[in-house]
Design a protein. Structure first.
Length: 341
Protein backbone atom coordinates (compact mmCIF):
# COMPACT_ATOMS: atom_id res chain seq x y z
CA UNK A 1 0.00 0.00 0.00
CA UNK A 2 2.52 2.59 -1.16
CA UNK A 3 1.44 6.21 -0.79
CA UNK A 4 2.33 8.94 -3.24
CA UNK A 5 3.83 12.17 -1.98
CA UNK A 6 0.58 14.03 -2.66
CA UNK A 7 -1.84 11.38 -1.46
CA UNK A 8 -3.43 10.53 1.84
CA UNK A 9 -4.93 7.60 3.72
CA UNK A 10 -8.52 8.25 4.76
CA UNK A 11 -9.66 6.76 8.07
CA UNK A 12 -13.41 7.10 8.48
CA UNK A 13 -14.18 6.86 12.18
CA UNK A 14 -10.59 7.86 12.90
CA UNK A 15 -11.27 9.39 16.33
CA UNK A 16 -12.79 6.22 17.74
CA UNK A 17 -11.06 3.41 19.61
CA UNK A 18 -9.78 1.38 16.65
CA UNK A 19 -9.63 4.37 14.29
CA UNK A 20 -7.39 6.45 16.52
CA UNK A 21 -5.05 3.53 17.18
CA UNK A 22 -4.88 2.99 13.41
CA UNK A 23 -4.20 6.69 12.77
CA UNK A 24 -1.31 6.57 15.23
CA UNK A 25 0.15 3.48 13.53
CA UNK A 26 -0.13 4.96 10.03
CA UNK A 27 1.37 8.30 11.08
CA UNK A 28 4.24 6.48 12.80
CA UNK A 29 4.90 4.79 9.45
CA UNK A 30 5.17 8.20 7.76
CA UNK A 31 1.77 8.48 6.05
CA UNK A 32 -0.45 11.52 5.83
CA UNK A 33 -3.83 10.65 7.35
CA UNK A 34 -7.22 12.28 6.93
CA UNK A 35 -9.45 11.46 9.89
CA UNK A 36 -13.17 11.75 9.16
CA UNK A 37 -15.37 11.51 12.25
CA UNK A 38 -18.67 12.85 13.55
CA UNK A 39 -17.30 12.71 17.14
CA UNK A 40 -20.52 11.16 18.39
CA UNK A 41 -18.58 8.30 19.98
CA UNK A 42 -15.03 9.24 18.95
CA UNK A 43 -13.08 11.72 21.03
CA UNK A 44 -10.64 14.54 20.34
CA UNK A 45 -8.34 13.33 23.12
CA UNK A 46 -7.68 10.12 21.15
CA UNK A 47 -5.83 12.24 18.56
CA UNK A 48 -3.94 14.38 21.05
CA UNK A 49 -0.30 15.00 20.19
CA UNK A 50 -0.34 13.79 16.58
CA UNK A 51 1.77 15.95 14.21
CA UNK A 52 -0.20 18.57 12.22
CA UNK A 53 1.85 18.04 9.08
CA UNK A 54 0.62 14.44 8.88
CA UNK A 55 -2.97 14.72 10.08
CA UNK A 56 -6.09 16.40 8.72
CA UNK A 57 -9.26 16.16 10.82
CA UNK A 58 -12.70 16.54 9.24
CA UNK A 59 -15.58 16.74 11.69
CA UNK A 60 -18.49 15.42 9.68
CA UNK A 61 -21.04 12.62 9.65
CA UNK A 62 -20.09 10.18 6.92
CA UNK A 63 -23.73 9.96 5.83
CA UNK A 64 -23.60 13.62 4.76
CA UNK A 65 -20.85 12.96 2.23
CA UNK A 66 -17.66 14.98 1.92
CA UNK A 67 -15.15 16.24 -0.60
CA UNK A 68 -11.51 15.25 0.03
CA UNK A 69 -9.03 18.07 -0.46
CA UNK A 70 -6.26 15.84 -1.81
CA UNK A 71 -5.94 12.52 -3.66
CA UNK A 72 -6.92 9.47 -1.62
CA UNK A 73 -4.67 6.43 -1.95
CA UNK A 74 -6.30 4.11 0.57
CA UNK A 75 -9.44 4.09 2.69
CA UNK A 76 -10.23 2.40 5.99
CA UNK A 77 -13.93 2.38 6.83
CA UNK A 78 -14.27 2.19 10.63
CA UNK A 79 -17.20 4.60 10.78
CA UNK A 80 -19.90 3.04 12.90
CA UNK A 81 -20.51 2.79 16.63
CA UNK A 82 -19.47 -0.73 17.62
CA UNK A 83 -20.76 -1.20 21.17
CA UNK A 84 -24.37 -2.30 21.72
CA UNK A 85 -25.09 0.61 24.08
CA UNK A 86 -24.04 3.10 21.42
CA UNK A 87 -25.39 1.52 18.25
CA UNK A 88 -28.75 0.71 19.82
CA UNK A 89 -29.16 4.30 21.04
CA UNK A 90 -29.95 5.39 17.46
CA UNK A 91 -30.52 2.20 15.48
CA UNK A 92 -31.71 3.90 12.30
CA UNK A 93 -28.58 6.07 12.16
CA UNK A 94 -26.48 2.95 12.81
CA UNK A 95 -28.08 1.16 9.88
CA UNK A 96 -27.68 4.15 7.56
CA UNK A 97 -24.03 4.56 8.55
CA UNK A 98 -23.37 0.90 7.74
CA UNK A 99 -25.13 1.07 4.37
CA UNK A 100 -24.99 4.63 3.02
CA UNK A 101 -21.57 5.23 4.54
CA UNK A 102 -20.18 2.12 2.89
CA UNK A 103 -21.74 3.08 -0.46
CA UNK A 104 -20.27 6.60 -0.34
CA UNK A 105 -16.80 5.32 0.51
CA UNK A 106 -16.96 2.68 -2.22
CA UNK A 107 -17.83 5.43 -4.70
CA UNK A 108 -14.88 7.45 -3.43
CA UNK A 109 -12.58 4.43 -3.80
CA UNK A 110 -13.79 3.92 -7.37
CA UNK A 111 -13.20 7.56 -8.32
CA UNK A 112 -9.72 7.67 -6.75
CA UNK A 113 -8.81 4.08 -7.66
CA UNK A 114 -8.03 3.51 -4.00
CA UNK A 115 -7.91 0.25 -2.09
CA UNK A 116 -10.55 0.15 0.66
CA UNK A 117 -10.87 -1.77 3.94
CA UNK A 118 -14.29 -2.49 5.43
CA UNK A 119 -14.45 -3.09 9.18
CA UNK A 120 -17.03 -5.81 9.37
CA UNK A 121 -17.63 -7.69 12.58
CA UNK A 122 -18.02 -11.03 14.28
CA UNK A 123 -21.63 -9.94 14.77
CA UNK A 124 -22.32 -11.14 11.21
CA UNK A 125 -22.22 -14.64 12.73
CA UNK A 126 -24.98 -13.72 15.20
CA UNK A 127 -25.43 -16.36 17.92
CA UNK A 128 -23.36 -18.95 16.03
CA UNK A 129 -24.35 -22.58 15.71
CA UNK A 130 -20.82 -23.44 14.49
CA UNK A 131 -17.81 -23.09 16.80
CA UNK A 132 -15.24 -21.68 16.34
CA UNK A 133 -16.48 -19.57 13.46
CA UNK A 134 -14.71 -19.91 10.09
CA UNK A 135 -15.12 -17.31 7.38
CA UNK A 136 -17.21 -19.80 5.38
CA UNK A 137 -19.94 -19.87 8.06
CA UNK A 138 -23.00 -17.84 7.03
CA UNK A 139 -24.14 -17.07 10.55
CA UNK A 140 -27.30 -17.26 12.66
CA UNK A 141 -28.63 -13.70 12.91
CA UNK A 142 -32.01 -12.41 14.05
CA UNK A 143 -32.91 -9.82 11.35
CA UNK A 144 -35.59 -8.10 13.47
CA UNK A 145 -34.00 -8.09 16.93
CA UNK A 146 -32.58 -5.07 18.80
CA UNK A 147 -29.04 -5.83 17.58
CA UNK A 148 -30.07 -6.19 13.93
CA UNK A 149 -29.33 -2.55 13.07
CA UNK A 150 -25.64 -3.37 13.50
CA UNK A 151 -25.56 -7.07 12.59
CA UNK A 152 -27.59 -6.74 9.39
CA UNK A 153 -26.05 -3.38 8.51
CA UNK A 154 -22.60 -4.94 8.51
CA UNK A 155 -23.78 -8.01 6.62
CA UNK A 156 -25.29 -5.85 3.89
CA UNK A 157 -22.15 -3.69 3.77
CA UNK A 158 -20.16 -6.82 3.01
CA UNK A 159 -22.55 -7.50 0.12
CA UNK A 160 -21.98 -3.97 -1.21
CA UNK A 161 -18.21 -4.41 -1.04
CA UNK A 162 -18.14 -7.71 -2.89
CA UNK A 163 -20.59 -6.46 -5.53
CA UNK A 164 -18.36 -3.40 -6.07
CA UNK A 165 -15.39 -5.70 -6.42
CA UNK A 166 -17.15 -7.93 -8.95
CA UNK A 167 -18.81 -5.09 -10.88
CA UNK A 168 -16.13 -2.40 -10.88
CA UNK A 169 -12.90 -4.17 -9.94
CA UNK A 170 -12.62 -2.15 -6.71
CA UNK A 171 -9.75 -3.43 -4.57
CA UNK A 172 -11.47 -4.43 -1.33
CA UNK A 173 -10.41 -5.88 2.00
CA UNK A 174 -13.22 -7.08 4.29
CA UNK A 175 -12.23 -7.91 7.87
CA UNK A 176 -14.54 -9.42 10.48
CA UNK A 177 -13.33 -7.95 13.75
CA UNK A 178 -13.88 -9.90 16.98
CA UNK A 179 -13.76 -8.47 20.52
CA UNK A 180 -10.87 -6.03 20.77
CA UNK A 181 -9.68 -4.08 23.80
CA UNK A 182 -6.90 -1.73 24.84
CA UNK A 183 -5.97 1.94 25.33
CA UNK A 184 -8.29 4.59 23.83
CA UNK A 185 -11.43 2.58 24.59
CA UNK A 186 -14.37 4.72 25.67
CA UNK A 187 -14.95 4.24 29.42
CA UNK A 188 -18.73 4.17 28.97
CA UNK A 189 -19.07 2.13 25.79
CA UNK A 190 -20.89 -0.69 27.57
CA UNK A 191 -18.56 -3.47 26.47
CA UNK A 192 -17.39 -6.13 28.87
CA UNK A 193 -13.70 -5.18 29.31
CA UNK A 194 -14.26 -1.43 29.73
CA UNK A 195 -17.28 -2.09 31.97
CA UNK A 196 -15.41 -4.41 34.31
CA UNK A 197 -12.26 -2.26 34.48
CA UNK A 198 -14.08 1.00 35.16
CA UNK A 199 -16.37 -0.60 37.72
CA UNK A 200 -13.41 -2.19 39.48
CA UNK A 201 -11.41 1.05 39.54
CA UNK A 202 -14.44 2.92 40.89
CA UNK A 203 -15.05 0.20 43.51
CA UNK A 204 -18.48 -0.42 42.04
CA UNK A 205 -20.07 -3.87 41.66
CA UNK A 206 -19.04 -5.68 38.48
CA UNK A 207 -22.12 -6.28 36.34
CA UNK A 208 -22.16 -9.82 34.98
CA UNK A 209 -24.88 -10.57 32.44
CA UNK A 210 -26.22 -14.10 32.42
CA UNK A 211 -24.46 -16.80 34.44
CA UNK A 212 -21.00 -15.77 33.17
CA UNK A 213 -20.42 -18.99 31.25
CA UNK A 214 -20.78 -17.30 27.85
CA UNK A 215 -17.43 -17.01 26.11
CA UNK A 216 -15.55 -14.39 24.15
CA UNK A 217 -12.07 -14.14 22.63
CA UNK A 218 -10.26 -10.90 23.35
CA UNK A 219 -7.63 -9.42 21.02
CA UNK A 220 -5.32 -6.64 22.19
CA UNK A 221 -5.61 -3.58 19.98
CA UNK A 222 -1.96 -3.50 18.84
CA UNK A 223 -2.27 -7.05 17.52
CA UNK A 224 -5.51 -6.19 15.71
CA UNK A 225 -4.07 -3.05 14.10
CA UNK A 226 -1.01 -5.01 12.96
CA UNK A 227 -3.29 -7.50 11.20
CA UNK A 228 -5.34 -4.69 9.66
CA UNK A 229 -2.23 -3.07 8.15
CA UNK A 230 -0.85 -6.39 6.91
CA UNK A 231 -4.19 -7.22 5.31
CA UNK A 232 -4.32 -3.89 3.47
CA UNK A 233 -0.79 -4.43 2.15
CA UNK A 234 -1.49 -7.98 0.94
CA UNK A 235 -2.04 -9.18 -2.62
CA UNK A 236 -5.14 -7.72 -4.27
CA UNK A 237 -6.71 -11.15 -4.73
CA UNK A 238 -6.91 -11.62 -0.95
CA UNK A 239 -10.21 -9.81 -0.49
CA UNK A 240 -11.53 -11.59 2.59
CA UNK A 241 -13.74 -11.87 4.44
CA UNK A 242 -10.99 -12.37 7.00
CA UNK A 243 -11.52 -13.19 10.66
CA UNK A 244 -9.58 -10.73 12.81
CA UNK A 245 -9.28 -11.70 16.45
CA UNK A 246 -7.64 -13.81 19.12
CA UNK A 247 -8.76 -17.47 19.22
CA UNK A 248 -8.07 -17.85 22.96
CA UNK A 249 -11.50 -18.33 24.52
CA UNK A 250 -12.43 -17.03 27.99
CA UNK A 251 -15.67 -17.09 29.91
CA UNK A 252 -16.98 -13.69 30.92
CA UNK A 253 -16.81 -14.79 34.57
CA UNK A 254 -13.10 -15.62 34.18
CA UNK A 255 -12.44 -12.15 32.73
CA UNK A 256 -14.26 -10.52 35.63
CA UNK A 257 -12.14 -12.39 38.17
CA UNK A 258 -8.90 -11.59 36.31
CA UNK A 259 -9.73 -7.88 36.23
CA UNK A 260 -10.55 -7.91 39.95
CA UNK A 261 -7.17 -9.52 40.57
CA UNK A 262 -5.21 -7.08 38.39
CA UNK A 263 -6.91 -3.99 39.84
CA UNK A 264 -6.80 -5.25 43.42
CA UNK A 265 -10.51 -4.52 43.60
CA UNK A 266 -12.88 -5.98 46.17
CA UNK A 267 -15.91 -5.08 44.09
CA UNK A 268 -18.65 -7.69 44.37
CA UNK A 269 -20.14 -9.27 41.27
CA UNK A 270 -23.83 -8.74 40.58
CA UNK A 271 -25.81 -10.63 37.96
CA UNK A 272 -28.26 -9.29 35.43
CA UNK A 273 -30.30 -11.07 32.73
CA UNK A 274 -28.53 -11.80 29.46
CA UNK A 275 -29.51 -9.23 26.79
CA UNK A 276 -31.66 -10.30 23.84
CA UNK A 277 -29.66 -12.06 21.08
CA UNK A 278 -26.42 -11.86 23.06
CA UNK A 279 -24.30 -14.73 21.67
CA UNK A 280 -23.42 -17.59 24.00
CA UNK A 281 -20.09 -18.43 22.33
CA UNK A 282 -17.89 -16.35 20.06
CA UNK A 283 -14.41 -17.34 18.86
CA UNK A 284 -12.64 -16.83 15.52
CA UNK A 285 -11.06 -19.51 13.39
CA UNK A 286 -7.91 -17.72 12.12
CA UNK A 287 -6.26 -20.24 9.77
CA UNK A 288 -6.54 -17.78 6.87
CA UNK A 289 -4.74 -14.99 8.75
CA UNK A 290 -2.03 -17.40 9.89
CA UNK A 291 -1.43 -18.97 6.48
CA UNK A 292 -1.76 -15.95 4.17
CA UNK A 293 -0.51 -13.10 6.38
CA UNK A 294 1.79 -14.94 8.80
CA UNK A 295 -0.16 -13.38 11.64
CA UNK A 296 -1.11 -14.55 15.10
CA UNK A 297 -1.83 -12.48 18.21
CA UNK A 298 1.13 -12.13 20.54
CA UNK A 299 -0.29 -10.27 23.56
CA UNK A 300 -1.54 -12.49 26.41
CA UNK A 301 -4.81 -11.36 28.00
CA UNK A 302 -3.16 -10.66 31.35
CA UNK A 303 -0.56 -8.40 29.71
CA UNK A 304 -3.07 -6.54 27.58
CA UNK A 305 -5.47 -6.04 30.47
CA UNK A 306 -2.67 -4.59 32.61
CA UNK A 307 -1.92 -1.99 29.91
CA UNK A 308 -5.62 -1.24 29.50
CA UNK A 309 -6.11 -0.83 33.25
CA UNK A 310 -3.18 1.62 33.37
CA UNK A 311 -4.83 3.64 30.58
CA UNK A 312 -8.18 3.78 32.37
CA UNK A 313 -6.52 4.68 35.68
CA UNK A 314 -5.15 7.82 34.02
CA UNK A 315 -8.37 8.62 32.17
CA UNK A 316 -10.52 8.27 35.28
CA UNK A 317 -8.41 10.71 37.26
CA UNK A 318 -10.60 13.43 35.84
CA UNK A 319 -8.15 15.32 33.67
CA UNK A 320 -10.06 17.80 31.51
CA UNK A 321 -9.94 17.06 27.79
CA UNK A 322 -8.63 20.13 25.93
CA UNK A 323 -10.94 21.75 23.38
CA UNK A 324 -10.37 20.77 19.77
CA UNK A 325 -8.73 24.07 18.89
CA UNK A 326 -5.93 23.60 21.43
CA UNK A 327 -5.01 19.98 20.83
CA UNK A 328 -1.41 19.69 19.71
CA UNK A 329 -1.19 18.84 16.05
CA UNK A 330 -4.83 19.40 15.17
CA UNK A 331 -5.89 23.00 15.13
CA UNK A 332 -9.58 23.79 14.59
CA UNK A 333 -11.78 20.99 13.25
CA UNK A 334 -12.20 21.17 9.51
CA UNK A 335 -15.68 21.23 8.05
CA UNK A 336 -15.92 19.89 4.54
CA UNK A 337 -18.76 20.53 2.16
CA UNK A 338 -20.02 18.83 -0.93
CA UNK A 339 -20.80 15.24 -1.73
CA UNK A 340 -18.43 12.32 -1.81
CA UNK A 341 -16.02 12.55 -4.72
Amino acid sequence: MAESASGTILVAGGAGFLGANLCRRLIAEGHHVTCLDSFQTGHWSNLHGLPPEQLTVIRRDLNDGFRPSRPVDAIYNLACAASPDHYQADPIHTLFTSLRGAALLLDLAKRHRARIFQSSTSEVYGDPQVHPQPESYHGWVNPVGPRACYDEGKRCAETLFFDAHRSHGTEIKVGRIFNTYGPLMHPDDGRVVSNFICQALRNQPLTLYGDGSQTRSFCYVDDLIDLMVRFMASDAELTGPLNMGNPDEWTVAEVAELIRELTGSRSPIIRRPLPVDDPVRRCPEITLARSRLDWAPTTPLRTGLAATIAYFEQRLRGRAVPPAESITGLGAPAAAGGGAQ
